[in-house]
Design a binder for this molecule. Structure first.
Ligand SMILES: Cc1ncc(COP(=O)(O)O)c(C=O)c1O
Length: 411
């Protein structure tokens, strides 16, 4: 079946309202929103009884293998508003040689998505909804991948974008953003400093702020990681999910997905333990988790090679911590040395080139096995959220002079 068939079929939609994730206050759907009056994220709510009546696992199994197969659980109402670049279902790749003996280790490889990262899931939804709601200028702070996805989808939809990234963002990300039609600036600060500029632009010139969790739809897109994972595993969720956590949209989104799947009768009560993986140089969630706090204050002097998880402060902190705790999971920090070693090991042993953030989840798996928080016989899923090829790779200096005799036995 063609991907485009999901994009031509009109399907019933079930959005009832939006809800403040902190106070529970209701807001009308189908109008432009950022944060709630309490300054917290808004979550999309659905008539799940209605979805239960029209959607079966069998019908789902017959649809094309892309994100739009979950249309009844997504916010876009009209097919013509969908801005698609081909959001394929991403594969589950087993890593048998890296798994603990008797256990199972699987990577969900999000690097196959448009723009090479899972940010495509969130941004395809945010931009489709922006198109539906008539938004003409979107702005965003980014560590690279989210900006690239926003630029691509917004350009495709004919929406203007202004994007700000920390000054040390890899060249490939900045070029990609610019080539895909956005106006992009390097800023002498971190992602939350960039976020302040977006906030000011919103107040002064009316940009629509697409920062993580400051609009309601990126999380709905990221939620599809949980829907897909459940379906791919035959509606039997794994024991543990290790997620590289910056703003945490994916972790919160998957937790929401599992609740919705239970409400429509597709899964039971069983949940994976959600593990928030952070870098030792920027671990606000780990610190808050360990001291039992509901919120995570800003992490000063944040640094790590895993730029995507260099997020000193997250507006959805309480939602990340809530999901981690409710699931019986934990938050864990891994240092850059462990990330680099994990990346090299997965590439050498399994031929799987992860992004540094993905490699952080493998480093955390090993740490979890060592400290007993993950059992050897468990099924664990890692998220490799971007293709390893988007990142600066170490130079290789081995050369061969073809004009000299070659000692083949020594090669
Ligand atoms: C490759 C990569 N991994 C992980 C993350 C963190 O994602 P989230 O904001 O859902 O926590 C990002 C975000 O920039 C990223 O680019």
């Amino acid at each position: 079946m063609l991907h485009s068939e999901n994009l031509t079929a009109e399907r019933p939609t079930f959005v009832t309202h939006l809800e403040c994730a902190y106070t529970g206050e209701h807001y009308p759907a189908d109008t432009v929103h950022n944060l709630s009056r309490a300054g917290k994220p808004l979550l999309v709510r659905y008539d799940l009884e209605g979805v239960r009546k029209v959607l079966s696992k069998e019908a789902l199994a017959r649809r094309p293998a892309d994100l739009w197969r979950y249309r009844e659980l997504l916010p876009v109402r009209r097919t013509r508003d969908i801005v698609s670049l081909g959001e394929v279902m991403t594969p589950l790749v087993p890593l048998p040689k890296l798994a603990a003996p008797g256990g199972e280790l699987i990577v969900k490889d999000e690097g196959r998505l448009p723009t090479g990262s899972f940010k495509a899931r969130g941004l395809v939804m945010a931009v489709s909804m922006a198109k539906a709601l008539g938004i003409t200028h979107m702005a965003m702070p980014t560590n690279g991948n989210a900006g690239a996805a926003l630029a691509a989808y917004a350009s495709s939809a004919g929406i203007k974008t202004t994007i700000f990234c920390p000054e040390d963002t890899p060249e490939v990300n900045v070029s990609e953003i610019a080539l895909q039609g956005a106006t992009v600036y390097r800023v002498n600060g971190l992602i939350d400093d960039c976020g302040k500029i977006v906030g000011e632009g919103k107040a002064k010139v009316g940009w629509f702020d697409v920062s993580t969790l400051k609009e309601p739809y990126r999380i709905e897109g990221k939620k599809t990681m949980g829907l897909e994972l459940a379906e791919q595993l035959g509606w039997d969720l794994p024991d543990v999910i290790l997620y590289p956590t910056g703003g945490g949209t994916g972790l919160i989104g998957m937790w929401k997905a599992f609740a919705e799947l239970e409400a429509i009768g597709f899964i039971g009560k069983k949940r994976p333990r959600m593990v928030a993986v952070q870098a030792a140089g920027c671990a606000p969630m780990v610190r808050a988790y360990e001291v039992g706090e509901e919120h995570a204050p800003r992490w000063e002097n944040a640094h790590t090679i895993a730029a995507g998880i260099r997020v000193p402060q997250a507006v959805g902190d309480f939602l990340i911590l809530r999901a981690v705790r409710e699931s019986g999971g934990f938050a864990i920090a891994v240092d850059d040395e462990a990330i680099t070693a994990a990346l090299a090991e997965a590439a050498r042993v399994e031929g799987f080139l992860m992004c540094p953030e993905g490699a952080a989840t493998y480093a955390a798996y090993k740490q979890g096995l060592a400290d007993g928080r993950i059992r050897r016989d468990e099924r664990a899923v890692l998220f490799n959220c971007a293709t390893g090829l988007k990142y600066p790779l170490p130079p290789i200096h081995r050369t061969l002079d073809r004009h000299k005799p070659i000692d083949f036995a020594a090669l």
